[in-house]
Design a protein around this ligand. Structure first.
Ligand code: ADP
Length: 165
């Protein structure tokens, strides 16, 4: 059985991420979407919330599982029995970073391949940072994220604003 992990922050998940998940799920027998718990960063959403959002949005894809992890991606990939790490490529700006990551991972874990999926053109500009930025100014983000995630982002930002006022 071919297992791939798709690691990332997904803070929040966007249509770009969901597009990569859907396409990876057509290539591999199983795709484990792996939400990075990064204690160094203060995320908008907890890892649990991000796992929940991604699980809900991928519930129609039976070979997709969503989990969170900490530590080195290759170690996690190994523990899952994965043969590949899937990453998304939006533009040349992603390329340098992703290539470096893929090369380091290849040295550390030669048995695991990195598979870079190019983004769908309509999502090429989309990142979690763009979504957070627009949402923080009250802009319409309905073209970037599914409706249930849009609601959660607005609620979360309101919560943070109330706390700060
Ligand atoms: P990280 O913080 O590890 O870069 P992200 O959550 O930003 O994680 O993204 C996870 C992966 O999804 C990365 O490989 C990133 O390039 C890819 N990705 C992000 N946005 C898009 C998009 N709009 N289209 C395709 N891939 C994307």
């Amino acid at each position: 059985m071919s297992i791939a992990i798709y690691p990332g922050s997904f803070d929040p998940p966007t249509y770009g991420h969901l597009d990569v998940i859907r396409r990876a799920s057509a290539i591999f027998d199983k795709v484990i979407v792996s939400v990075l718990r990064n204690s160094a960063k203060t995320p908008l959403f907890s890892a649990e919330d991000r796992v929940k959002m991604l699980s809900e949005e991928t519930s129609g894809l039976p070979n997709v599982e969503v989990v969170s992890f900490e530590g080195l991606t290759i170690e996690f990939a190994r523990s899952c029995g994965a043969c590949a790490i899937v990453r998304g490529l939006r533009a040349v700006t992603d390329f340098e970073y992703e290539l470096q990551l893929a090369q380091v991972n290849k040295v550390m874990a030669p048995e695991i391949e990195t598979v870079l999926l190019t983004t769908a053109l309509e999502y090429a500009f989309l990142s979690s940072t763009v979504v957070r930025e627009f949402a923080s100014y009250g802009s319409d983000i309905s073209k970037f994220v599914p409706p249930s995630i849009e609601k959660k982002i607005i609620n979360r930002l309101n919560e943070i604003n109330e706390k700060n006022n």
